[in-house]
Ligand binder design. Structure first.
Ligand SMILES: Nc1nc2c(c(=O)[nH]1)N[C@H]1C(S)=C(S)[C@@H](COP(=O)(O)O)O[C@H]1N2
Ligand SMILES: [Mo]
Length: 546
């Protein structure tokens, strides 16, 4: 602090910072704060990064219609959109705070402290973070506030550089010599202060970038891919080979087995949890005769079975894409619960992932003979892809993913539906959600133009645990006509259909409905995905051209 800054404080004519400098000071300081927090988080727990913690809390607090909209609109990019949106909001707040601080650094300081407090609260609110994780947002605070004030001071000098400063002797300002020059040294050369501010803020921004990158690198150093690559899975009981004619991919349906890279993904994880197989433990506890703690090797030492299963998401709209089919490799969850000994009265298995997501599954769906409920460790011969739950996830055929398919599984507690509400149940989704019998048109696509005359329409249907017995279509509300079904693989997978249509030129409507093996036929009564799955006939409007 020199005579200059002291005088500016008392001088009512203190010049205001240029807009760009005020905005830059706010932006760079907030960037430095987030970067510092990200690096410290990497050393403790990557999930403690203030940016991620705030994002995760935002996801948890988002009202479900908005979340639903995000999943529907952005699909698998929903998280990217959220992160980008958060970055935008934080940057905008930083710029606004900077602009409000053109005279005094107070508004920016208040914002920096406010952001730090939000970060601390977000970290404390994460169920799976240790208290020590608050060091990360605290690091943001400790860096953000002083950096802002420092940049502000520099910017103020640069602001003063271009204005006429009252000085005891005008010549002193001009030549920088003699009595009274100490207070004009910073702006004796117009533009020097501004250049210094530019250089400093650019350097701080670069350092922040490097710090954030270091945090990203260190946080990702748990080499989960190496852990995956080291694992070889050979099931003791392989799934029967997929028969010829199991799909009509040449007519426009998906392939029967979904490639791992194409398998739909739905979860609340902003950054994918990374647990090495050797670090993985599952605790089975609660209403059991004896607690179990299982390691990955324990699973490998059990009989490994392979089951072909179609998994689908309750947030799928009628006609939506969130269903995929894979050969899951895993161990029988029924056997594990039997070993732990489920105590009478327990009707819910509450499971939790390493990032704190929770799920509740009816015990009876797991314990039914032949339930095929799995602790899955593989998909299509490979260890689970990290985004699909590596090292271990749950799969229960016949139930939507949100009540059965916990990824990155670490905890399983036998409890009751009366005593525990899982993540989505707290957000108004159903406690119990068996998959509804459903069918979808894949060809033609909505509003497609197709040649008039003979035309092959095709799609998929599913009714896990029951099996698909019949799929019918109708054109323009006419009579329902039978379709040809693909070879059935098992009752827990989708089944493809194809139908030869004769289309006059013009605009048409195509509707589809499936009948499952209990004899139930889908009705036209529509239901929204919330609370327990969409219902109704998938309807396509398209045009046949002569
Ligand atoms: N840990 C965790 N597991 C989860 C979820 C989640 O958000 N977190 N989402 C569930 C939902 S809603 C579905 S539909 C399935 C999707 O599994 P997939 O992403 O492998 O297709 O995972 C389930 N398991
Ligand atoms: Mo889901």
């Amino acid at each position: 602090m020199n005579a200059t800054t002291r005088r500016q404080k008392t001088d009512p004519g203190v010049p205001r910072l240029p807009l760009w400098a005020a905005a830059a000071a706010g932006l760079v300081a907030v960037g430095a704060a987030l970067a510092a927090g990200h690096l410290v988080a990497a050393l403790i727990d990557p999930f403690a990064s203030p940016f991620l913690a705030v994002g995760n809390t935002a996801i948890d607090l988002t009202p479900h219609p908005v979340k639903d909209f995000a999943i529907r609109t952005f699909g698998e990019d929903d998280k990217l959109v959220l992160l980008a949106g958060m970055a935008f909001v934080i940057a905008a707040a930083a710029v606004v705070a900077g602009l409000l601080s053109r005279r005094s650094p107070l508004p920016g300081t208040v914002l920096a402290i406010g952001l730090g407090v939000v970060g601390v609260a977000a970290v404390l609110a994460r169920p799976t973070l240790d208290v020590i994780a608050v060091l990360a947002p605290l690091a943001s605070l400790v860096v953000g506030v002083p950096v802002f004030r420092w940049l502000h001071r520099l910017a103020r000098r640069s602001a003063t550089a271009g204005v006429v400063v009252p000085s005891p002797s005008p010549s002193a300002t001009a030549d920088g010599e003699g009595e009274g020059t100490t207070r004009s040294v910073d702006w004796s050369v117009p533009g020097l202060g501004r250049r210094r501010f530019l250089i400093t803020s650019t350097a701080v921004a670069a350092a922040a970038g490097a710090t954030a990158a270091a945090g990203q690198y260190i946080g990702g150093r748990v080499d989960v891919e190496a852990s995956r690559r080291a694992i070889r899975l050979s099931p003791d009981e392989a799934a029967p080979p997929i028969p010829a004619g199991a799909d009509f991919a040449d007519a426009g349906t998906p392939t029967f087995i979904t490639q791992n890279a194409d398998f739909y993904r739905v979860d609340t994880a902003l950054s994918v949890p990374r647990t090495r197989a050797r670090d993985w433990r599952l605790r089975v506890h609660g209403m059991v005769e004896r607690e179990l703690v299982l390691t990955y090797d324990d699973l490998l030492n059990r009989p490994l079975v392979e089951k072909t299963i179609s998994l689908c998401c309750v947030s799928n709209e009628v006609g939506g894409p969130y269903i995929s089919t894979t050969n899951f490799i895993g161990v029988s969850l029924r056997d594990i619960l039997a070993e732990a000994g489920v105590r009478p009265g327990s009707d819910q298995l509450a499971t939790r992932s390493v990032d704190g997501w929770t799920c509740g599954t009816p015990v009876e769906d797991i314990m039914k003979p032949g339930s095929d409920a799995l602790l899955a460790i593989g998909m299509n011969g490979e260890p689970l892809p990290v985004e699909h739950g590596f090292p271990v996830r749950m799969v229960v055929p016949g139930l939507y993913g949100f009540v059965s398919a916990t990824k990155w599984l670490v905890d399983a507690e036998l409890t009751t539906f009366a005593d525990f509400d899982a993540y989505w149940v707290k957000r108004d989704w159903a406690r119990r959600a068996p998959i509804k019998t459903m069918s979808r048109v894949d060809r033609p696509k909505a509003f497609e133009r197709v040649p008039a005359g003979k035309y092959v329409a095709a799609g998929v249907a599913w009714a896990q645990r029951r099996g698909v017995d019949k799929v019918e279509v109708r054109v323009d509300g006419g009579p329902w006509q039978a379709t040809t079904l693909s070879t059935e693989v098992n009752i827990d997978t989708w089944r493809m259909w194809r139908a030869e249509l004769d289309l006059p030129a013009g605009s048409h409507t195509l509707e589809v409905r499936a009948t499952d093996r209990t004899g139930y036929t889908q009705t036209d009564e529509r239901a929204e995905p919330i609370p327990d799955g969409a219902a109704g006939w998938h309807t396509i409007v398209f045009t046949a051209q002569p």
